[in-house]
Design a protein around this ligand. Structure first.
Ligand SMILES: Nc1ncnc2c1ncn2[C@@H]1O[C@H](COP(=O)(O)OP(=O)(O)OP(=O)(O)O)[C@@H](O)[C@H]1O
Ligand SMILES: [Mg+2]
Length: 246
């Protein structure tokens, strides 16, 4: 484990083949109409090694969600570059962007399940309009079993606990076998015991599915167990610890 300062260039010691995410000088400014615009991302540079689980920590308003949204192309940057699996995300447009988004799984704090769909249909929802080379229902069933919800396929979200709803949301994020899973405070709406189970599940995915995972979190316990910690404050990386940033 190596500690680097915020000014250190991202990961010269790591070969690009091993890097899943490389962010360079990423900047996102929100014009709020007030005198000073908000720099939600202020020249952020970082690298995440393939197959690692990274905790993105920092106080409320420090820019964690913004960073994950930019990496997942849910929002666009003002300047800087984001390379994911060798692809330059910030230059993607139209169909290429849609294809890229399908390679990313996103898990939200508030689950965002569709209330009128069963657990199984929620998991299948992202691929329903797509032509895919796998059996959608079969894979959705497998994923629900993987997250510990075998037998609850037909349950509506309202009949599931918060932890179970988040499991459905994680299964949904995995339906296209993403190479990168981004989770924005996935335990923020859960009690600590249920949250710990969700974190265990994410650590298992990192090991079994070899998925690279970035988690925005306030959870110190998670940060302690992660392979790498990226600490942000006022839109800047103030400390990065771990193999991807040596
Ligand atoms: N759409 C927006 N318009 C204007 N300002 C925004 C917008 N989204 C975020 N911000 C501002 O950008 C900064 C970073 O916000 P962000 O949501 O990324 O923080 P965060 O670290 O995820 O916080 P939290 O821990 O509360 O989720 C904050 O000052 C926030 O008010
Ligand atoms: Mg946030």
């Amino acid at each position: 484990m190596t500690t680097v300062s915020a000014e250190t260039e991202a990961s010269p010691a790591t070969s690009d083949d091993d890097v899943m995410v490389r962010v360079t000088d990423l900047t996102k400014v929100y014009e709020t109409g007030a005198e000073h615009p908000i720099s939600a991302c202020d020249r952020i540079s970082l690298a995440v090694e393939r197959g690692k689980l990274v905790a993105v920590t920092g106080p409320s308003g420090s820019g964690k969600s913004t960073l994950l949204h930019l990496i997942g192309a849910l929002d666009s940057a003002d300047s800087g570059t984001i390379m994911v699996d060798g692809r330059e995300v910030t230059s993607l447009r139209g169909r290429e962007l849609a294809v890229y988004r399908r390679t990313i799984g996103f898990v939200f704090q508030r689950f965002h399940l569709l209330p009128t769909l069963t657990a199984l249909d929620n998991v299948m929802a992202p691929v329903l309009p797509l032509k895919v080379a796998f059996d959608k229902k079969e894979r959705a069933r497998e994923l629900l079993a993987e997250v510990g919800l075998a037998g609850r396929e037909d349950a509506l979200p309202s009949k599931l606990s918060g932890g179970q709803q988040q499991r459905v949301a994680i299964a949904r994020a995995l339906i296209q076998r993403p190479s990168l899973l981004l989770a924005d405070e996935p335990t923020g709406n859960l009690d600590s015991q249920t949250g710990a189970q969700i974190i265990d599940l994410l650590f298992n995915l990192r090991t079994t599915a070899k998925t690279t995972i970035m988690i925005a979190t306030h959870d110190e316990g998670l940060a302690d167990r992660s392979d790498q910690i990226v600490q942000v404050r006022d839109g800047k990386v103030v400390s990065a610890v771990g193999p991807g940033v040596a």
